[in-house]
Design a protein. Structure first.
Length: 146
């Protein structure tokens, strides 16, 4: 997969809405575009982050043809990689998802969920906050107290 540093401007694929028109003018920033050659921050994710990302990732955008395999798993498996690929033991994905922040949209590969769960990748704090906020019901969405 292509590597992009976190919070840099997204330049990988064109961004369009469902009708094929150029999407929002909000800045689009990279998060989670990891590879085996670049170090990445690790740590315990905030409570609820993995479930929030799982929910957000159900809306796939910029689907590509073919798969991107986790380069970290490939590196770590070494000679066993070919068999692991055949057996489906290496994480792979072929799309992205977006997370809306304050005046910005974050573009993340679907593999981000794997990176957080399997490799302890810790995304930037502002991305984590946006992901958790996007999946938390607003007060107006809750039933009124009786």
């Amino acid at each position: 997969m292509t590597y992009f540093a976190d919070l840099t401007p997204y330049t990988y694929l064109e961004r369009h809405d469902e009708d094929g028109h150029r999407a929002s003018d909000e800045p689009l920033l990279n998060v989670g575009w990891l590879d085996a050659a670049h170090p990445f921050p690790t740590g315990a994710p905030p409570d609820g982050l993995l479930s929030a990302l799982t929910e957000l990732a159900t809306v796939r955008v910029r689907q590509t043809r073919g798969y991107h395999y986790c380069e970290i798993c490939v590196r770590d498996l070494g000679e066993d990689t070919r068999d692991a690929v055949r057996q489906g033991a290496i994480a792979r994905e072929s799309a992205e998802f977006e997370v809306r922040g304050d005046g910005v949209v974050y573009a993340a590969p679907q593999l981000l969920l794997h990176y957080v769960a399997a490799h302890e990748y810790l995304p930037p704090a502002e991305f984590c906050t946006a992901a958790l906020r996007a999946t938390t019901p607003h007060a107006t969405d809750r039933p009124a107290a009786r």
